[in-house]
Design a protein around this ligand. Structure first.
Ligand SMILES: [Zn+2]
Length: 285
């Protein structure tokens, strides 16, 4: 009898530990590899929805021009439609002059006026938004929060946001602070460039836009050190990223036929929006 019970207990324990394992392990939608994630997708989305207004405010609020907002949304939505993970993506242009881009858990993505000002065509904008979309699709930001906050705090915060109880206000502050200072690993950055280029190409953009963008940023880092400090602390640009992106375009059959010299067909549309951006928020310092 006691033997049977102990077998039963052991079986129960095995089922319990298996379900704990399943609960804490998700297959990465972009890479297909297993990853330890301790919050549900619904909790992830709830966190983004709760934190977005405060986050937006932190970066100067939305650029006050419907046409510009609609333009950034249009480019972003093309990438969202072809990404490896279907989420309620939303792309917003915020007023901050400091060049930067962010992705909250759940798919709220922000690019600053300061970063858009540095671009010269639409495929460069698609590169930034593709890179951020990839951080959401590959769940880099959720993993990053888990790393920066610790698993226990993340679970607590995710729970209080999804449950809409008293701790929600502090939870929002915590998420905004963590996301604003998020630093991605070198591996995450290379992966976000890789998937970002895939999404760009699926959406009809020339992947060389990624190389152009990274080159602009790296050159600026050398000519005006300090200007991109904030951007580089979260998404460090480097010669390695440029070489990596170039190497993928030149060797992957998916990118055959694209050339760096081919003019972006959407350059004129972008130029109009760029002019409108300067009229709306100024040319920066
Ligand atoms: Zn990044």
């Amino acid at each position: 009898m006691s033997r049977r019970l102990s077998i039963g207990a052991r079986a129960a324990l095995a089922v319990l530990s298996a379900s704990l394992f399943v609960g804490g392990c998700t297959t990465n939608p972009a890479t297909g590899k297993p990853m330890p994630i301790f919050i549900s997708q619904d909790q992830e989305i709830a966190m983004g929805v709760e934190a977005a207004p405060k986050f937006e405010e932190e970066f100067g609020g939305r650029v006050p021009n419907e046409q510009l907002l609609a333009y950034v949304r249009m480019v972003g939505n093309k990438l969202a439609a072809v990404s490896d993970r279907q989420m309620p993506y939303e792309y917003t242009l915020v007023k901050s002059d400091v060049p930067n881009a962010f992705a909250l858990p759940g798919g709220k993505i922000f690019v600053t006026a300061g970063l858009m000002r540095l671009m010269s065509n639409e495929r460069q904008l698609a590169a930034v938004l593709g890179h951020e979309t990839a951080h959401v699709a590959a769940m880099h930001n959720v993993m990053g929060m888990q790393r920066q906050m610790g698993t226990a705090l993340l679970i607590k915060i995710a729970g209080s946001m999804a449950g809409e109880n008293a701790g929600a206000a502090e939870a929002v502050t915590e998420v905004v602070a963590t996301m604003a200072s998020m630093s991605y690993s070198r591996k995450d950055e290379l992966e976000a460039d890789k998937y970002g280029m895939e999404y760009m190409t699926r959406a009809g953009y020339n992947p060389w836009g990624m190389v152009e963008l990274l080159t602009v940023l790296l050159n600026l880092k050398e000519s005006e050190p300090g200007m991109l400090d904030q951007l580089f602390s979260s998404h460090p640009a480097s010669g390695e990223r440029i070489a990596d992106a170039k190497g993928m375009i030149e060797t992957d059959d998916a990118y055959a036929g694209f050339t760096s010299t081919e003019r972006d067909p959407d350059t004129d549309r972008f130029a109009q929006m760029h002019k409108l951006l300067i009229e709306t928020v100024g040319a920066g310092e």
